[in-house]
Design a protein around this ligand. Structure first.
Ligand code: SF4
Length: 182
């Protein structure tokens, strides 16, 4: 009888230790990444975990992997982590906002509920909350349409005047006359 009690006590202790280890791992992950509050239900940022499957939407022809999805009191929230600093203006880069909005669109289609907002976490430790408004949703949908139209077009005009972008561009070798650097 004493042996059974000892065995049960040992099992309970073991379960408590495992639960504590999981809690610590979640806490450490949040501390190092500076994540807002919420339970991490999807991440591609933790090496110890097997890789997450990408989120896919047939409807939008979109595939993507958010850095994190948090389960919060406001629902499932995407988090995009950037190594760059938040611009001095305090406003995130438009491309980062559109990327986050694309994750919101994916999640809306896959989970049947649109995230009310998402976060962009910058390398300098600043986190910006981006409301997923109807205007932002329209912007990302229109951008997708423009990209689809561009894929079908024989020629697509350059959308910027930044030579540094062309210098770092992986498509420069097929770009032709639109390229801003030799
Ligand atoms: S090289 Fe062409 S595709 Fe690349 S950034 Fe410049 S204009 Fe755009």
């Amino acid at each position: 009888m004493n042996g059974t009690i000892l065995l049960l006590a040992g099992l309970v202790l073991l379960l408590l230790l495992v639960a504590y280890a999981f809690w610590r791992r979640g806490r450490d992950l949040r501390r190092t990444s500076g994540l807002p509050q919420g339970k991490v239900v999807y991440t591609d940022m933790e090496r110890a975990r097997p890789p997450e499957a990408p989120l896919r939407s047939e409807r939008w022809g979109l595939v993507g992997k958010p850095d994190y999805i948090l389960e919060t009191a406001d629902g499932l929230i995407p988090v995009e982590v950037k190594s760059t600093r938040l611009p001095r203006s305090g406003r995130p880069y438009p491309g980062h906002v559109l990327q986050l909005a694309a994750y919101c669109l994916l999640m809306e289609d896959i989970y049947g509920q649109a995230p009310p907002f998402g976060y962009i976490r910058y390398g300098d430790g600043q986190t910006v909350r981006i409301p997923y408004t109807e205007a932002l949703r329209n912007e990302v949908v229109n951008t997708l349409k423009a990209m689809r139209a561009g894929e079908r077009a024989s020629d697509v005009p350059r959308s910027h005047a930044s030579s540094w972008r062309c210098r770092r561009c992986g498509l420069a070798y097929v770009c032709g006359s639109q390229r801003l650097v030799a």
